[in-house]
Design a protein around this ligand. Structure first.
Ligand code: FES
Length: 111
């Protein structure tokens, strides 16, 4: 079955190294642009509902750090790498078409 993707923003709206939040039908999503890769995560920290889009990237730029209590979540899997959070954050499938960022369903993450 063809998965449905929703166009959310142009690439220019999420500059390299930046995080932005977008309100979609599936909820508020934090979109992250790192080294020409785009990631999309639920914009709600599972620890205490911090807004991940208001956080920042960690030093290696492979995780987002929650502004609430500092939990770090892997951009690829959503798994907590550090901090008080124990549950993962949902990661969504993302693709870029003609300079547009499109977000799909929650990504299947191998356990
Ligand atoms: S709200 Fe994100 S670590 Fe507490």
């Amino acid at each position: 079955m063809e998965q449905r993707y929703q166009r959310v923003a142009s690439l220019a709206e999420v500059p390299e190294g930046e995080l932005r939040a977008f309100d979609l039908a599936l909820g508020r999503v934090a979109v992250v642009h790192v080294e020409q890769e785009i990631f999309a995560l639920a914009d709600e920290c599972p620890h205490d509902l911090g807004s991940l889009s208001e956080g920042e990237l960690d030093a290696n730029e492979d995780a987002v750090v929650c502004p609430g209590d500092g939990s770090a979540f892997d951009l690829h899997t959503g798994e907590p790498l550090d901090g008080p959070a124990v549950d993962p954050v949902t990661v969504f499938a993302v693709r870029v078409h003609d300079e547009w960022i499109e977000i799909g369903p929650p990504a299947d993450v191998p356990v």
